[in-house]
Design a protein around this ligand. Structure first.
Ligand code: KG4
Ligand code: ZN
Length: 336
């Protein structure tokens, strides 16, 4: 069964056609990076407007590239939560109208469940249950994936997401938006042991993260070095900071793996494209003797193929919506 899926939760407008939840027949992504760069971050109003401008065209492109029409589809999937509300509303309303006019079931998808589904796209043999570290610009969670529609969050960030924290430090170093990618590139030429940062620990909650403390430590350290007139090698600073974030993430992943007895590990979300994090997660998996699935970078960032994959699983579970579907800015992953 072919599903046409949409993703508009943040600053990427995306459409895709996915067959049987596993074969990506087409996946088109239009990023809004150039529009937001001027402001150093995503401007919600601008994001919504850009989604409105692009979504019909991208739907047509996704269908054309997949070589199919509306009559070949079995359902329409859409990211309905969580995300920027105005941005989500564009995708939800478009998907709703399309489903209604074509007489197709409408399947709302949780954005982070979509990121986790990217692991299944990357590795069709991936078996449940598995333990997944979900790291994006807005979320950082350790999730027990019992089956494709049953999840239990076992650890979460108490404040900033890892991506948010990387973007902030990138901005401090004068790197262009979106900072995470530029920071990754710069870190390749730096010494990861040049600077030290505290662990992102939360007392009495060993599986939770706190990245705001780590971010503040980086800001303070940069300011102190500047005040003392000491030159900071941006590549060394970038490499050390990325190292601290990757270690904080992998330390929790290791603890959660022991606690849950996970047979398989997975990593997903925009930050999963990070070179140091991928290396650390692979080293951890090798040390624990567990298989690790990480989607290729194109499936780590926001895309609609992952939404189509998850929509298939939700549809099989009967999780469809009526034409009164609304978008939600926040909603837990476990809730669906
Ligand atoms: O999943 P995603 O595309 O959007 C959200 O759902 O938030 O994640 C975006 C985040 C941004 O913070 C971006 O800077 C970060 O992922 N990111 C990276 C890399 N590529 C994207 N962070 C570190 N290294 C990368 N290579
Ligand atoms: Zn995302």
């Amino acid at each position: 069964m072919k599903i046409l899926a949409f993703e508009t939760s943040c600053d990427e407008t995306a459409a895709a056609v996915v067959a049987d939840g596993r074969h990506v027949l087409s996946s088109v992504v239009r990023t809004q990076i150039d529009l937001h760069r001027l402001y150093g971050g995503v401007v919600p109003e601008i994001a919504s407007r850009a989604h409105v401008e692009s979504i019909s065209q991208l739907a047509g492109e996704a269908l054309a590239q997949a070589g199919c029409g509306l009559a070949d589809l079995g359902a329409v999937g859409v990211t309905a939560w969580p995300g920027l509300i105005g941005a989500l509303l564009v995708g939800v309303n478009f998907a709703k109208s399309l489903a209604l006019s074509a007489g197709l079931p409408l399947v709302p998808v949780h954005h982070l469940r979509g990121h986790i589904a990217a692991c299944r796209l990357a590795d069709p043999a991936l078996a449940h249950p598995f333990l997944c570290l979900v790291v994006s610009g807005g979320h950082t969670s350790l999730v027990w994936a019992q089956d494709p529609v049953t999840f239990r969050t076992v650890g979460r960030t108490r404040d900033d997401a890892a991506g948010e924290c990387l973007d902030k430090v990138a901005r401090l170093l004068g790197l262009p938006y979106p900072g995470g990618v530029a920071l990754d590139r710069l870190a390749q030429r730096g010494d990861p042991a040049a600077f030290r940062f505290p662990d992102a620990e939360v007392r009495d909650a060993p599986l939770d993260f706190s990245f705001s403390g780590l971010k503040t430590a980086a800001i303070n350290q940069l300011h102190q070095l500047e005040q003392r007139g000491q030159a900071v090698d941006p590549a060394d600073f970038a490499a050390s900071f990325v190292e601290a974030v990757a270690q904080a993430l992998c330390r929790r992943l290791e603890l959660a793996a022991a606690e849950t007895g996970a047979p398989v590990l997975a990593l997903c979300g925009g930050v999963a494209a990070n070179t140091a994090l991928r290396r650390h997660a692979q080293a951890l998996a090798d040390r624990l003797g567990l298989p690790l699935t990480v989607p290729p970078p194109a499936l780590c960032g926001d895309n609609a193929a992952m939404i189509g994959a998850q929509a298939h699983a939700e549809l099989l579970a009967g999780h469809t919506a009526g034409s009164d579907l609304n978008a939600l800015a926040t909603r837990s992953l476990d809730q669906g």
